[in-house]
Design a protein around this ligand. Structure first.
Ligand code: SF4
Length: 90
């Protein structure tokens, strides 16, 4: 997976622990930094694709990424069911 976007991240000059917070306040601080990051999108996709469990990536906490992944799996299932139904009708 493409990783050149990492060089553009706002976090590149910040301590890594900023993005691996231990409480909700820390998560919020990291999310605010990510909110202004020009590579927020690729960062989030990277974390989702690689199933990174820890830290804030692309402005999303661990819990938020789990929710996004669940929603995408649900959407894929629904699309798959639709295509199966479609094939059955055709
Ligand atoms: S979105 Fe956040 S974690 Fe990702 S590169 Fe930007 S600042 Fe770093």
């Amino acid at each position: 997976m493409e990783t050149s976007w990492m060089a553009e991240g706002k976090c590149r000059d910040l301590p890594p622990e900023t993005f691996f917070p231990s409480d909700g306040v820390g998560v919020e601080i990291a999310r605010r930094i990510c909110a202004e990051c020009p590579v927020k999108g690729p960062c989030l996709e990277y974390a989702l694709y690689n199933r990174i469990e820890h830290g804030v990536w692309g402005g999303a906490s661990e819990r938020e990424r789990r929710r996004i992944a669940r929603q995408r799996r649900g959407a894929q299932r629904t699309a798959g069911e639709r295509s199966t139904e479609h094939a059955a009708v055709d």
